[in-house]
Design a protein around this ligand. Structure first.
Ligand SMILES: *Cc1c(COP(=O)(O)O)cnc(C)c1O
Length: 376
């Protein structure tokens, strides 16, 4: 089968081409490329969608995390607890700003930071927790919020991979991810669930004072032109990207549903393969399947990857090296608790194509080849 892709951005674009092209053309006509009205309009729509008071666009998800940490005003050199199993950006910005990343283990079942591991990593120097809602579903926010309250820690959510998903509180309330902590962050990298046609990111908060500070930090620490109150950065969501996101936000629930349906079909097709542990959905979260990630338990993950490559089926290993084993953190101060699940996952995980245009024929083909591999 030709044309299998991890993510099919062209296929997703075609049905909305007219809408997107019109907005982009209008934006070019207006020449308001920076801070155009499109940016505010998208921020307002996203804040409505998420049920959060403030959405502040910025240049990418990594900047969103950096600016969130800058705004949180944490004690210099303090420790920030991050999952050991995530994309580097989460911990990179912690070190970049002179804080100390403390790597906590994740739960084997859900890939997300383990509340137990967070609590055992807390020290007198801990100032914040940075949970990542990995692969499309929520961390256990009920427990994480309790730990944060007990030790007086800030929560900054990295919601680059689960936009649109909600956390289900024990009392039955639902709350969109990224709006639970003090500050939430997301990325609009093209392959994310809500992806732009270039880089983009956003920061969320319900706190007026933090929102004000975040807006200023994004724009050179400047409120009044050429008067600088903080050392800030230049990090803006540009108007053309806001046009793309404005259109795609309307379709986000249907995009996330399409991913969910694809995941359900994958699971049905692969349920009888003993060597595979399928992704498990937690009771307290929706799943928007940013990734569809298998665990291969017989030690043949790398062989399977090579086999899929040969069959023209793309796949990805997210992530092959736990953060505490990355060279970058050997050269910079960090602290690690026992991360045995993270180590095990880095050897077992493989992610299959996952996007809004996956159809039954593709999934049957992909899963058929995987079944063949294990029957050989
Ligand atoms: C993609 C991603 C980021 C960074 O986003 P960029 O827009 O690429 O800077 C941060 N954290 C996680 C978990 C991500 O998946």
């Amino acid at each position: 089968m030709k044309n299998l892709q991890m993510v099919d951005l062209k296929g997703q674009y075609l049905p909305i081409q007219d809408e997107i092209d019109t907005l982009i053309r209008d934006c070019i006509d207006s020449t308001q490329f920076i801070n155009g009205p499109q940016v505010r309009s998208f921020e307002n729509h996203l804040s409505e969608f998420l049920g959060v008071k403030h959405v502040i666009g910025c240049a990418n998800g990594t900047d969103a995390l950096q600016i969130a940490i800058m705004a949180a005003n944490l004690p210099k050199g303090s420790e920030i607890i991050v999952p050991d199993f995530t994309f580097i950006a989460t911990a990179e910005v912690v070190s970049l700003l002179g804080y100390i990343p403390v790597f906590a283990d994740v739960d084997y079942n859900h890939f997300n930071i383990s509340p137990k591991s967070i609590e055992s990593a807390v020290s007198a120097k801990t100032s914040a927790i940075l949970p990542v809602h990995l692969f499309g579903q929520s961390c256990n926010m009920e427990l994480i919020v309790k730990i944060a309250e007990k030790y007086n820690l800030k929560i900054i959510e990295d919601n680059a991979q689960a936009i649109g998903a909600s956390f289900l509180w024990a009392n039955g309330d639902k709350q969109k991810l990224g709006t639970i902590g003090d500050i939430g962050c997301t990325s609009f990298f093209p392959s994310k669930n809500l992806g732009a046609y270039g880089d983009g990111g956003a920061i969320f908060t319900n706190n007026d004072e933090l929102a004000h500070k975040i807006r200023i930090l994004c724009n050179h620490g400047m409120e009044t032109r050429y008067y600088h109150d903080e050392i800030g950065v230049n990090s803006r969501l540009d108007s053309i990207q806001a046009c793309v996101l404005e259109v795609k936000l309307k379709y986000l629930p249907s995009y996330n549903q399409a991913r969910y349906d694809a995941a359900s079909l994958y699971k049905q097709m692969l349920k009888d393969v003993d060597e595979i542990v399928l992704p498990e959905e937690s009771k307290y979260s929706d799943h928007v399947y940013h990734q569809f990630t298998l665990k291969i338990t017989n030690g043949q993950r790398d062989q399977l990857k090579t086999y899929l490559d040969e069959q023209g089926i793309p796949s990805g290993v997210y992530y092959p090296v736990p953060l505490h084993k990355q060279k970058a953190f050997a050269k910079n101060p960090s602290r690690t608790s026992d991360c045995k699940h993270s180590i095990q996952l880095s050897k077992e995980v493989i992610s299959l194509p996952m996007h809004t245009e996956l159809n039954e024929e593709m999934i049957r083909f992909i899963t058929g080849k995987i079944i063949d591999f294990f029957q050989k």
